[in-house]
Design a protein around this ligand. Structure first.
Ligand SMILES: [Zn+2]
Length: 268
């Protein structure tokens, strides 16, 4: 989503909709006016507003950008919410929407691990149909899609210690090193058999996006914090180390967790 946020002018208004912990850190874009909205209490950056996405308490055409970071799958009244998003975004605005592909292994496991399918009430399975539908509701052209990979961080035993989270779990969590090895193995399966075992979903870009979106999937997703990093960026930062004979590993620059490393491959 930095392809949108990096290019917004001073004082531009950003709506971070339905992402409880916020789609980016509060201090990352101090020149933007950010409004974080969630049905429950939000912990996102900027001004916090508790509201249903199907009835947004904002004037029409009042936001330069809208972020829908893993939120569309949770909206009970999806079409009403999409209409509202299309209403509040400016005609020359931009929208970022990340959603799971319900056919993937990662999303199937997520919906098994957590009660009530982890709150996923909308299941999406067609990239082209979804892009067309969102573009129509938003009134903005679809400009790019990047395939998202999973680290299954939602299953990491370090991330599920909270008693509230544990009460929602229907399957036991997984020890982090074992999860990292499993994710590395899934990536190997994808490379050898051209499968989509590590794929999670899609990131769609609509409207006026300030720069060309690099659509190469980022396969290095942290097993603990879930942050995706471009492989070139990890090499440049000097966090990639050789392990054993041919395996390489990297220490996540955001949280310090150890992960197996692989080069990003365009067109994967
Ligand atoms: Zn991390």
């Amino acid at each position: 989503m930095h392809e949108i946020l990096d290019h917004l002018a001073e004082g531009a208004r950003v709506l971070d909709l339905g992402s409880r912990d916020g789609s980016f850190s509060a201090g990352a874009y101090p020149h933007l006016v950010v409004v974080s909205v969630d049905l429950k209490s939000s912990r996102g950056p900027g001004r916090l507003v508790q509201s249903d996405a199907a009835q947004l308490p904002f004037r029409s055409r009042s936001f330069d950008a809208v972020l829908l970071n893993h939120s569309l799958e949770h909206f009970e009244q999806l079409k009403r919410a999409l209409q509202e998003i299309g209403r509040v975004v400016k005609q020359d605005g931009a929208i970022y929407a990340a959603v799971p592909d319900a056919r993937t292994l990662s999303d199937r496991i997520y919906r098994k691990v957590y009660a009530d399918s982890g709150g996923h009430v909308n299941l999406f399975g067609s990239e082209s149909e979804l892009a067309r539908m969102l573009s129509w509701y938003f009134g903005l052209p679809h400009v790019a899609t990047r395939v998202l990979c999973s680290s299954m961080a939602f299953w990491n035993s370090r991330n599920t210690k909270d008693i509230v989270v544990q009460r929602q779990m229907q399957l036991p969590s997984v020890w982090e090193p074992l999860l990292a090895a499993s994710v590395g193995a899934l990536r190997l399966v994808d490379r050898v058999f051209h499968t989509r075992a590590q794929v999670y979903g899609w990131a769609f870009y609509f409207g006026t996006v300030g720069e060309a979106v690099d659509t190469t999937p980022r396969v290095n997703v942290c097993v603990r914090c879930g942050q995706a990093h471009a492989s070139d960026g990890l090499v440049d930062r000097g966090v990639v180390r050789k392990r054993w004979i041919w395996f390489r590993a990297y220490r996540c620059p955001d949280c310090g967790a150890s992960n197996f490393f692989a080069d990003d491959l365009a067109g994967q």
